[in-house]
Design a protein around this ligand. Structure first.
Ligand code: NAP
Ligand code: G4F
Length: 354
């Protein structure tokens, strides 16, 4: 019906992609619902940074809790669900593998079961990952939708469960479920534990005299790094396509962690060798050494190409961290600061309040 807003439910709305996607969908005119789990310190800094806190209807739920997910889906009654919630840090999945399987794998299965019983017309986007390829690579040195999957972390195995179960539900029940096989994507909203943001944040501090070293693990690992703000648009485009399909989203360029380090220090005019130290603690028991995505299918069917180049991405992240630390030194209040949270959102949307 014309004039009626489309409704989207985002799991993982407080994360990097969830925040950018929420902003993108609000700008498209969607009514946006977001699932938030109960934590002792609310984590709304990204939504505050993008100034969209007041535009989202928050629902309290957890990916491990089927009844709360069912209530969230029934209450929001969405046209589209974007399942971005995950224990998304590969390193942590070695420490908490069962949680990874539960949240990332079974979490999607819970959503699919609820959707199957509630309304099979809801379109579901699943945040899949290049991590699934492990050491697998095509003859041309890239990874595409056809490349065999060889997951080599508990995180990747949990995402394999989600990928395969989504395909089973798509075929068995005719449901509209799509996987975005997204390669690494970064931004100033990236969590500090991921290598890119860890680097740019520390480089900014070193430049301002607030730190004197950057301690990393495997500098030789290569990644295909894109800009998160651009990638969330693809999540939406994938769900608007005529058929439910899976797509690789990437830049088709690969760079090592060391290159990311070099480029970051270059952005502030410092020599990286003076500051970088290696500590085995940051090395993984089983590593994905090389990723380079072939996004030809997305280019052909969705008309998409990445815009932001590697050096531009590094620079925009370093600049954002410099700005934050400069503001901090001036004593300004920071929207990115977890301590500056608004307390509990008092307007959690609940069906029983209607
Ligand atoms: P992120 O910043 O780590 O965000 C993860 C989100 O999941 C947060 O909102 C987190 O909530 C939520 N979450 C975690 N456990 C939950 C639970 N038990 N119940 C409800 N919510 C829970 O991740 P991201 O970088 O935005 O990535 C989004 C998705 O894309 C993830 O599924 C990730 O695995 C996948 N992915 C990411 C990349 C990438 O390069 N960024 C590439 C491929 C795939 P809290 O704020 O409460 O922690
Ligand atoms: O930034 P990372 O932790 O990202 P990783 O493991 O590639 O995973 C990210 O991308 C996946 C897509 O391929 C997503 F599915 C996943 O959710 C996540 O967003 O590590 C990148 C590389 C790794 O090879 C790691 O061993 O950097 C290497 N590295 C070297 N030193 C480090 C460090 N990683 C971290 N986090 N910290 C270090 O000190």
């Amino acid at each position: 019906m014309e004039g009626v807003k489309k409704k989207a439910l985002i799991t993982g709305i407080t994360g990097q992609d969830g925040a950018y996607l929420a902003k993108f969908l609000l700008e498209k005119g969607y009514e946006v619902f977001g699932i938030v789990r109960r934590v002792s310190t609310p984590n709304f800094w990204r939504l505050q940074y993008l100034e969209i806190m007041d535009d989202i209807k928050f629902i309290s739920a957890d990916m491990s809790d089927m009844s709360s997910l069912a209530e969230a889906i029934h209450a929001s009654n969405p046209d589209e669900i974007y399942n971005l919630a995950a224990q998304s840090f590969v390193g942590s999945s070695f420490d908490q593998p069962i949680q990874a399987a539960d949240v990332n794998g079974l979490g999607l299965l819970r959503i699919l079961e609820i959707v199957r019983n509630f309304n099979k017309n809801i379109r579901v986007y699943q945040a899949s990952t290049s991590e699934l390829y492990g050491s697998s690579v095509n003859e041309d040195g890239s990874q595409s939708e056809e490349t065999p999957l060889k997951p080599n972390s508990p995180y990747a195995v949990s995402k394999l469960l989600a990928l395969e179960i989504s395909r089973v539900y798509r075929e068995s029940y005719g449901m509209f479920i799509c996987n975005g096989m997204l390669f690494n994507h970064e931004s100033p909203l990236r969590g500090l534990e991921f290598v890119t943001r860890k680097i740019t944040n520390e480089v900014a501090k070193i430049k301002l005299g607030l730190s004197n070293q950057l301690i990393l693990g495997n500098l030789d690992a290569q990644r295909d790094w894109g800009y998160a703000k651009e990638y969330v648009e693809l999540m939406w485009r994938i769900l608007q396509y005529d058929k439910p399909e899976d797509f690789v989203i990437a830049t088709n360029e690969t760079h090592s962690v060391q290159e990311f380090v070099e480029e970051s220090f270059k952005a502030v005019g410092l020599d990286w060798k003076m500051y970088v130290r290696i500590n085995e603690q940051y090395k993984r028991p089983y590593e994905v050494q090389y990723l380079k995505g072939d996004y030809n299918k997305a280019k052909k069917l969705l008309g998409w190409e990445p815009k932001t180049k590697f050096n531009e991405l590094v620079k925009l992240m370093v600049d954002a961290d410099l700005k934050r630390w400069e503001a901090h030194l001036k004593g300004e209040s920071l929207a990115w600061d977890a301590l500056n949270h608004p307390g509990h959102v008092s307007y959690l949307y609940r069906k029983r309040d209607e």
